[in-house]
Design a protein around this ligand. Sequence first.
Ligand code: ADP
Length: 309
Amino acid sequence: MKEIKLFSPATVANVSCGFDVLGFCLDPIGDEMVIRKSKQLGVRIIKIVGQELPLETKKNVAGVAAEALLSEIDSEYGFEIEIYKHIKAGSGIGSSAASSAGAVFGINALLGFPFTAKELIRFAMKGEELASGAAHADNVSPALLGGFTLVRCGETPDIIQLPCPNNLHAVIIHPEIELKTADARSVLKKTIPLEKAITQWGNLAAFISALYTSDYELISRSLKDVIIEPNRSALIPYFDNIKEAAINAGALGSGISGSGPSIFALTNGEVTAEKTRDEMVKILQSAKIEHSSYVSKINMQGIQILEQR
Ligand code: ADP
């Protein structure tokens, strides 16, 4: 194989009760990437369409992640990368993760799959480190593995693939406002009252249990964030109204996607998802805030190969 074209999906991290550890993969939105072998060794990003992002290998997350992979294997080829961006950088649905994960997935395929998808996560995390200063895995894991994933941090992290109820759907609303990840990080408090910590880890444990048992009511009761959302939500105009609209439309719950400004909701079924989207969007329409919105099944596959030759 000389060349591969792939679809690298958007992802939702944090998912209310799982700050920095939980994420899931979306279906209808993602970047496309073409990666091909070259005689010239090393990694070159030769084309980026759709957004102003650096072509320089060390400044683009795709280049950094690709170099991390190549530093652990002897390759007789170099690689050229083309990125067709559809996920806006800084929108909170894993734009940098899609590029990091796509780059290592594509190169791994062109090399004959020397690494498993799980092993690729540590290379993709190097790209995330460039984007946000922290090598977090909560977006790259669902992009590479699909579905819901849980990251147990530590010296030897565990990446756990979780099951997903068949009818679970996601709604994503992206208000076109600028919210820098650094600003979203700066409002976080360094200490947590014990009472809130207990509520949060109870919610996370219950949410994960509910994924295993397809218990939509328990998903709804546990999809709550008492630690991060109360501080961050003030950075997103009309957040409380949008969330309320989602719940009133029948959503199981709603929260900030990643570090925002995108907002997600989870629903039981597509019909409720469409209704939830309509009601959430109405708030932004009446506030005259530009936005885009998506209804998505949970993407259980992750990155998809579109063409290879
Ligand atoms: P998101 O929350 O949507 O993933 P991030 O804030 O994590 O967005 O990452 C966006 C940052 O990463 C921006 O500063 C952007 O310039 C940088 N970046 C570098 N390379 C890429 C790339 N290939 N795709 C997206 N963002 C990139």
